[in-house]
Design a protein around this ligand. Structure first.
Ligand SMILES: [Zn+2]
Length: 101
């Protein structure tokens, strides 16, 4: 067996600096496990031999109460107040703002 990608196991630091970074690492991990799967299948292995865990990225998602979309916690903390003000800035609701002036 002279398949490099099987024997080479790179340590993956689990430091989450920001959301895009985490998404990027998930993407890399997905590609890496897909490659490992192809190599494994090519060498006569079975899919059931591989313990590929799907990215559990949805577990900590927060649902926006205004638009019912789901975001990761970091995005949601920025989106929800913004989404709230966007909803209240819609034409027709501006009268309450003008009335104060
Ligand atoms: Zn929203």
């Amino acid at each position: 067996m002279n398949i490099k990608s099987v024997s080479r196991v790179e340590p993956e630091p689990h430091i989450v600096k920001s959301n895009w970074r985490r998404k990027h690492e998930d993407f890399i991990n997905a590609i890496r496990s897909a490659k490992q799967m192809q190599v494994h299948l090519a060498s006569g292995g079975k899919l059931s031999d591989l313990a590929i865990s799907p990215p559990s990225d949805n577990s900590d998602y927060v649902k926006c109460p205004h638009c019912s979309r789901r975001f990761s916690q970091t995005v949601a903390s920025r989106h929800i107040p913004k989404c709230n003000s966007m909803q209240s800035n819609k034409p027709g609701l501006r009268n309450t703002f003008k009335a104060k002036h």
